[in-house]
Design a protein around this ligand. Sequence first.
Ligand SMILES: [Zn+2]
Length: 430
Amino acid sequence: MDTLFQNVWVVTVDERMRVLQNASVRVHDGRITYVGTQPQDGNGARVIDGHGRKLLMPGFVNGHTHLPMTLFRSSADDLELHTWLNTRIFPMEAKLTPGSVQCGAELALCELARAGVTTINDMYTQCRALIPALERVPLRATLSMGLFGQAENAQAQLDDAVAFHRECNGALGGLVRVGLGPHAEYTNTEPYLRRCADVARRLGCPLHIHVSETKKEHEECKARHGVTPVGLLERAGFFDGNRALLAHCVWLEEADIDTLARTGAAALHNPCSNLKLASGFAPVPKMLEKGVRLALCTDGASSNNNLDLWEEMRICALMHKGHALDATVVPAEQALYMATRGGALALGYEDVGSVAEGFRADLILVDIDRPCYQPMTNLVHHIVYAGNSRDVMLTMVEGRVVCENGAIPGVDLEEIRMRAQQYYDDVFRM
Ligand SMILES: [Zn+2]
């Protein structure tokens, strides 16, 4: 069915970052077919009238997630990354089953849809269990099977990831895209990384990997291989005809940043996770200056501990000002761009992330009839510095409503909550 939004404010996040008042936006067949201020005929459409007090904007793009980790939320906190991984996360992950992976993903997808996130880029194992979760809460998703090239069954993992690509790339009416997810330099070998790069090139699928998240990892890679992690990936062919999606990029050196800028590889920036795990400050102002493609991300819920892009956007804008002792870096417009259109382009979604004719109708409606959006001075700045994910009233992916007033059509949130609690109590509690 068509949808017609009328009498809404629109933050377009188009090339000119236009903000429209008393506008109409029409959605037909999953695409935006009209954006403007001419009155539109509501015939045959569901009409949603904003009465001048609602805002329509692109849905958020979450560039790096591990959906099922919601099950570990707040059960491994205040630990340094490698202790966190080795003593808490890896032991809990060893107990995952397709049932618990699906349950954690369902919980995550509900949280994301309610917070206005419409696109995710996930890396995890047992990815097949994410498909039924996405069937219930259909967000746009890139799913990459996490690969550990140092393991004995490394080749079998890669073969399985290729089979998953064959089975599920393009699933759910094209909402699902499948990539390869070699976990990190320190869990892989150079020949294996090269094999992943070759396979991804042949399949035309993205490569998603953790890069230079901690200083330790960055320096150890240099000691091991004589080059930085980005240098190693370049040597392994990650940037030759491949779409490389590099999570974290906290410890990049000048030459690494130049490599990303030159090759179009994306840096997936996780402000809250980097702060919480004390990983450091990614050189975001420098990357922006050099034209690196950037996406904003939450990382998994056990290092954040929520999946709220509004928070990432605000903290991103704040943390880099504080770190650079310069209040002009990462202005609000740039933070919003990274969280929407910029993130979509970084992930390779050319027609996602703006409210523009011909674009996919991944949209959110926000209640701006609240004190924190008054007076109406600058709506973009309001969204970044004053707004909140709880103001999201409706989330739409490809023209289909996936959340409205906190409810997910066809999904019993209470049932998911109970199942998640059961998994935690019975399986993961340490
Ligand atoms: Zn991660």
